[in-house]
Design a protein around this ligand. Structure first.
Ligand code: THU
Length: 165
């Protein structure tokens, strides 16, 4: 029996070490958390996608009383991006998550963002992979206050994916 390894090179940095354009994308993902509708989980997620024409499309998670009917921030953003700009390459996606809905008096907004990045769920990886396979690699920037992880592509987050039938 043979064995082989699957490996991914992940970059780790702080917000200050990002390029100005990546900081802007992360800022848009953080801003997008304000559009979250998360009365059940109280977990607000924002995603910002940099399109090939330089525009940025954002989305936030939307929950529902029938829980599985809700949608993650990443798919909200990606489906809107593809609807708004059919056939256009998605170059990068930044994702940020905040943990509380109510801000106690005096606590700065920044305190609500997660210290460590969150990573997109399997269904979002699968949905994003479809656009990546059509238009080219989508870099993934996962924001955390202490650390930011950068993955080179969606397929690096979803090896051995289902791609065709
Ligand atoms: N969620 C996202 O929007 N993106 C992720 O990457 C993980 C989870 C949402 C779904 C649900 O509204 C809430 O976060 C808690 O799972």
């Amino acid at each position: 029996m043979k064995e082989f390894q699957i490996s991914t090179t992940v970059k780790e940095c702080t917000y200050d070490e990002l390029s100005a354009s990546d900081r802007e994308l992360v800022d848009k993902a953080k801003e997008a958390t304000r559009g979250s509708y998360a009365p059940y989980s109280h977990f607000k997620v924002g995603a910002a996608i940099l399109m090939a024409d330089g525009s940025i499309v954002t989305g936030a998670n939307q929950e529902n009383a029938a829980y599985p009917s809700g949608l993650c921030a990443e798919r909200t953003a990606a489906f809107y991006a593809s609807s708004r700009h059919p056939g256009m390459e998605m170059r990068k996606i930044a994702i940020a998550a905040a943990t509380a809905l109510h801000k106690p008096e005096g606590l700065p907004e920044e305190e609500y963002f997660q210290n460590m990045p969150i990573s997109p769920c399997g269904a979002c990886r699968q949905a994003l992979l479809e656009y990546e396979n059509l238009y080219g690699d989508i870099e993934v920037i996962l924001y955390g206050r202490d650390s930011i992880f950068i993955f080179p592509s969606i397929k690096s987050l979803l090896p051995f994916s289902f791609t065709e039938f």
